[in-house]
Design a binder for this molecule. Structure first.
Ligand SMILES: Nc1ncnc2c1ncn2[C@@H]1O[C@H](COP(=O)(O)OP(=O)(O)OP(=O)(O)O)[C@@H](O)[C@H]1O
Ligand SMILES: [Mg+2]
Length: 517
């Protein structure tokens, strides 16, 4: 679950809890108020009954009391009403039958309690007709008391009706509150998560190698401070990177001249007859050759990379015959492949549009990829294939080598990435600084192309890059090699009886094409 969704859910739950809590407490207080109101009304009824009784006794006109009681009992909520004397005798209207008076003998404990307490009492009871009632009673001066009972069923129905009405109103208000609350929660979570998501995106981009990324500053709170610190850090990183590039460039340039002298001296040594007759000297010369080559390669790579990263590398983009280039490269690397008993071949279609690229840089790309393919293959070989996909030319360098574990495929193009897992599976230890693929990536991207890798451990690896075709140009046969750029011709290959098999789509014609060069 992502951060924005989490904040959304948390704030939405909070809104729901608050609104539901508020509605519940409003409902409870509404219910309480309703009950109080009903009780107050009941008390008023009882007081009125008492005053009517006292008036009737004073004037000695009992009939007015009976009439009043009859009008009271017409109300469906009132179950019965009556007056009872201290000795327990009295009457209640209506009695067992509707409209009848009922004499009661109320010497029970509750009645004694009412009389003794001298105040209004309320109790649950059952009427003479078996109806469940709430009875309220009040003592009178002469030791008698008034009784008034309400039907519990009717009172409950009244409460339910009034509560349903309140609930309806509350629900309306609650839905509105939830709607606005959720809207507010949404806006709040967006405001909170936006700078965090911006930070996440920018951090991921920096981790992938982007430079100088800044994000909009988010106010003056902690998040705002965090974004400002991030932007500061990003700018400092750019400065540090520039310093490092400057340093690398300086050091590699400084290394260049002594290295050139060392290589020249080693070549001189290598040409001396003693170097071939004295085994100890031979071993030393070989070691020097190997070391100086590695150092030279490293210096070249670092210089290339710093130039590419600084945008100082010039790319001379022009129409390039990729098929011919693939054949040349296969040819060039054949001796190295043979040293490891590996085959190397080019598979190119008969005709192909040219790609827009810098031929020199593409040679460097292919050279790095083929170098790797030979390095990381113990048996089998390397195929360099070329194909057209829509308006792109794809080139693949496919090997039958040790493969790259899935989890490393994403980082294999990073600078200084040398995979221990892969290297351990190669028969002989192989040198490498982990710069080759990064140069390839930078170079292909600078030529408006893209590159990716497909691999399976113990089965092999294919690096594929694609470049735009020359849309203005015509399709060319693979045999029409850019002869000036060739390192060696495919004919020379055949003459040497090479392992390389440049496989064209039409086998017969391809043979001629290769020979025709
Ligand atoms: N064809 C391949 N098969 C298996 N592993 C490969 C292949 N190509 C590259 N790798 C893995 O990717 C790593 C990075 O390759 P990269 O070319 O950048 O560096 P390197 O070859 O080790 O050194 P450099 O090219 O700088 O001399 C290698 O060390 C190796 O582990
Ligand atoms: Mg390499």
């Amino acid at each position: 679950m992502n951060l924005r969704l989490k904040i959304h859910l948390a704030s939405a739950s909070l809104v729901l809890i608050v609104v539901i809590g508020m509605m519940s407490s409003l409902y409870i207080s509404e219910k309480k108020q309703l009950l109080n109101e009903i009780r107050r009304e009941q008390k008023e009824d009882l007081e009125k009954l008492r005053s009517v009784y006292e008036e009737a006794m004073a004037l000695d006109i009992e009939i007015s009391l009976f009439n009043y009681i009859r009008t009271l009992v017409v109300n469906p909520e009132v179950s019965y009403a009556g007056i009872v004397n201290r000795d327990g005798s009295g009457w209640i209207y209506p009695g067992t039958d509707a409209g009848s008076l009922m004499y009661v003998d109320a010497k029970d404990k509750a009645v004694q309690e009412i009389l003794n307490s001298g105040r209004l009492m309320r109790r649950l009871s059952v009427s003479a007709r078996g109806e469940r009632v709430i009875e309220i009673s009040r003592p009178l001066d002469k030791g008698s008391y008034v009784r008034l009972a309400y039907s519990r069923k009717m009172i409950n129905a009244l409460i339910a009706e009034r509560l349903a009405l309140s609930l309806k109103k509350l629900t309306g208000v609650g839905i509105l509150a939830i709607f606005f609350g959720l809207l507010l929660a949404h806006l709040l979570s967006r405001a909170l998560s936006k700078p965090i998501l911006n930070l996440m995106g920018a951090t991921a981009a920096i981790a992938k190698g982007s430079k100088g990324i800044t994000i909009p500053e988010a106010g003056k709170d902690e998040l705002g401070k965090l974004t400002r610190t991030f932007n500061h850090m990003s700018k400092e990183l750019v400065k540090l990177d520039e310093l490092k590039d400057e340093f690398m460039s300086h050091v590699t340039h400084e290394l260049r001249s002594p290295l050139t002298s060392i290589i020249a001296t080693v070549e001189l040594l290598d040409e001396m007859p003693e170097a071939h007759t004295k085994p100890k000297l031979r071993r030393s010369v070989d070691r020097l050759k190997y070391g100086s080559d590695r150092l030279n390669n490293l210096v070249d790579n670092i210089l290339d990379l710093t130039r590419m990263e600084a945008g100082k590398m010039q790319f001379d983009i022009q129409p390039v015959n990729m098929g011919t280039l693939a054949c040349e490269m296969a040819d060039f690397f054949e001796p190295r492949a043979m040293e490891k008993n590996l085959f190397i071949r080019a598979e190119v279609p008969e005709t192909l549009p040219r790609a827009m690229a810098d031929p020199e840089r593409i040679r460097q790309v292919l050279s790095n990829l083929i170098h790797n393919a030979i390095k990381f293959t113990n048996k089998g070989g390397i195929t360099i294939w070329v194909r057209q996909i829509d308006k792109k030319i794809q080139v693949g360098v496919q090997d039958t080598g040790v493969g790259i574990p899935k989890e490393n495929l994403a980082t294999v193009f990073s600078k200084f990435e040398t995979l221990k897992d892969t290297r351990d599976r190669v028969d002989k230890p192989v040198p490498g600084s982990g710069l080759g693929l990064n140069i390839v990536l930078n170079s292909v991207q600078s030529q408006n192309g893209k590159i990716w890798v497909e691999s399976e451990v113990k089965k092999g690896t294919t690096f594929i890059f694609e470049l735009p075709i020359d849309e203005d140009g015509t399709t060319v046969g693979t045999k029409t090699a850019d002869t000036k750029e060739s390192m060696s011709s495919p004919k020379q290959d055949r003459d040497r009886g090479s392992l390389r098999q440049p496989i064209l789509m039409n086998d017969n014609e391809s043979e001629q094409a290769v020979q025709g060069e």
